[in-house]
Structure formats: C-alpha cells, structure tokens
Design a protein around this ligand. Structure first.
Ligand SMILES: Nc1nc2c(ncn2[C@@H]2O[C@H](COP(=O)(O)OP(=O)(O)OP(=O)(O)O)[C@@H](O)[C@H]2O)c(=O)[nH]1
Ligand SMILES: [Mg+2]
Length: 334
C-alpha cells in the first residue's frame, strides 16, 4: 500500500495511470492510495471546458496547452468523452488532436468514457482531479461535452468554468434550457472565422450585462473586484471570440483565465473551492458507505421482504416502505 501514491507524488506517469485504472475499475486498492494523496492536493487551478459537441473544445484545449507550457506550467487534461450520437464519440479524435503533446512529460491526458459509472461521471472525475493535483499539475483542464446535468455538476469540481459556444447555429436556446449559461465564468464563441458571431455575442452581453471591454482588457472585472459584488466571487462573466483551429483569440482567453484566477485568489474563493470539493467528496463517500452497508443488510432482512410483498400485493407504496426500513436501521423519521 502506498506504492502508487508515492509514485504519483513524484509525478510518475506510470503510477498515475495505474491508479487511474484502479479508480475506473472501482478497485478497492484505489481508496487506500487516494487516502495518501489528499494532504498533497489543493494547489492546481482546475478549469472546466464545456459546450455542445463539436464546438471546438478539444481544439481549443490543444492550443491552450501550448500557451500554458510556454510559461512552464504543467498541465493535466481529463477529457470526458461524449458518447453522444451526434458525434459518435470523439475518443479517438481527442487523442489524435492532442497527440503532439504525448512526448511532453509536462502534459498528462486522461480520457474517460461517460457511460458505465455507477456513481456518475462527476464522482470519477473528482478522483481523477485529485490524482492530477497530487502529481503537482499547475493546471487541470476538464473537457465535458453535451448538454445536461453532467456539465452543470462539473461546476462544483472546478475553479473556472468555460462554456464554448458557436454562433449562428441556433444552439443557444437549447443550452439555456440546460442551465449551462449560468455556470459560465467565461464564454468562448469559437469558429469565429466560419459563423456569424454577432447575434450570440450581443445576446450574451445583454443577458449578463457584460461590458463591451471585458474581453479586451479585463477592466470590467477590475471594477467588479473593487467592490460591486455582481456575479460569483465579484466576477462578471466575460466573452471571448476565438478561432481555435487558427490559433486566434486564444491569447486573450488565457489572459481572461488568469484574471479569473486572480479574482478567485483575491476573494478567498480559490481555497474555498477546495473546501467545497472536499465537502462534495465527503458526502459522496459517506453516501457510498451507507448505501453499501444498508443494501448488504437488506439482502436477507425479513422486514424488507415483508414490505416488498405488501407493496406488490396490498397496495402499499415504495416511499412508505423505504421510510419504514430507514426508521428501523437508522432511526430515521420523516
Ligand atoms: N472553422 C473552424 N473549425 C474549427 C475551429 N475550432 C475547431 N474546429 C473544428 O471543429 C471540429 C470539432 O472540433 P473539436 O475540437 O473536436 O470539438 P469538441 O467540442 O471537442 O467536440 P466533442 O469532443 O466531440 O464534443 C473539428 O473538425 C475542428 O477542426 C475554428 O475555430 N474554426
Ligand atoms: Mg472534444
């Protein structure tokens, strides 16, 4: 025990890859190793990048990696693979796109399939972030695609949320429905070379009363920091136009990311994030332990069987039955 954790703390890629495999396989060895890592986490700046499939997230990340590496920052990438029928999955695509970084020791890429996680993708992602953080990565980029609860959950696992949009597709309304706009610290309108961006840009600016200069010099956010607490952590979401495929606009985006990091540090939210991630980790772990324990006991419990029979034959309901079970095992009262 502890061999893998020791390796991870020395930024050993093989040890990290093996531990990540244990995590994916829900191997109990992973827990013993993860226990040894937590004390050495909380340093990385964790950035979530979400948006519709095909909006250019991976292309953008590829360019961002270059910028971060040129300032000597080490980078971890967690690419949550969309198994969406729209794209047919981009697992291979991500790998090919990012493979030019595969010989760089300072870059570690982990792809995760979205399907098949008992406890949901955000739980696995949280553990992967812990491993990369313990490896000492300065920046951790988490790519999630699609529109749904997963993306909204990701907000709780990252410091900075970037929502990538594409103009002129009419996708905007769909995204609003999923609540994805509310989670953005930074908006990127990508493919500015190809699509008309004006409508989307002005819609976003109206919706969030974004300053016209905010993307250019961060002045709106300086004002926000200075006092008026609008948005989260005194931050007003900013919007950037990019052409990821042509490496245009990404330099400004990187400045915006650092401005957001600064804002979080100034307001104490950077470390606050670690508390909220730990809080959600702890709740997940307690709920796992509890349900495993309870379901083991229920397996052969006579009251459980009786309540189930009552439900089927005597017109009872699963809520009342569950309340009775919980009151027996946990002193639970509704
Ligand atoms: N014209 C244009 N094409 C782009 C731009 N950025 C990305 N693309 C192209 O858009 C396609 C999708 O890009 P990806 O980076 O795979 O998009 P993604 O959001 O990661 O897609 P998923 O992971 O499947 O959700 C690719 O063919 C890219 O080359 C851009 O700025 N302009
Ligand atoms: Mg992608």
């Amino acid at each position: 025990m502890g061999l893998l954790a020791n390796g991870v703390l020395k930024a050993d890629i093989k040890a990290a890859a093996k531990l990540m495999r244990y995590i994916e396989e829900e191997d109990t060895n992973a827990i013993d190793e993860l226990k040894l890592l937590y004390a050495n986490t909380g340093h990385s700046h964790v950035i979530g990048i979400t948006g519709l499939p095909g909006s250019g997230k991976s292309t953008l990340i590829d360019v961002m990696i270059d910028y971060f590496r040129s300032s000597k920052k080490t980078v971890g990438i967690i690419a949550v693979d969309p198994s969406s029928p729209f794209t047919g999955g981009s697992f291979l695509g991500d790998r090919i796109r990012m493979q030019k970084h595969s010989f760089d020791e300072g870059v570690f890429i982990k792809s995760l399939p979205t399907k098949g996680w008992r406890g949901g993708i955000s739980k696995v992602t949280s553990k992967m972030i812990t491993v990369m953080d313990a490896m000492g990565k300065d920046i951790i980029l988490v790519e999630t695609a699609g529109v749904g609860q997963t993306e909204v959950d990701i907000k709780n696992l990252v410091h900075t949320t970037i929502v990538v949009l594409v103009g002129g597709l009419g996708d905007y309304i769909q995204i609003i429905k999923a609540g994805i706009l509310e989670i953005a610290d930074i908006f990127v309108i990508n493919k500015a070379d190809k699509n008309n961006t004006e409508d989307l840009e002005s819609d976003l600016k109206n919706l969030f009363s974004l300053g016209t200069d905010s993307a250019k010099d961060g002045s709106e956010n300086d004002k926000a920091n200075a006092g008026s607490i609008k948005g989260r952590a005194g931050w007003k979401p900013s919007v950037y136009l990019t052409e990821a495929a042509n490496n245009k606009g990404v330099d400004k985006l990187i400045e915006g990311i650092f401005a957001h990091e600064n804002c979080l540090r100034l307001t104490g939210k950077f470390d606050g994030y670690f508390r909220s991630k730990s809080n959600s980790d702890m709740k997940e772990i307690i709920s796992d332990y509890l349900s495993n324990l309870l379901f083991e006991k229920l397996e052969n419990d006579s009251l459980y069987k009786k309540l189930l029979d009552d439900l089927i034959h005597n017109g009872s309901d699963p809520y009342t039955a569950a309340e009775k079970i919980l009151s027996q095992f946990l002193n639970f009262k509704k």
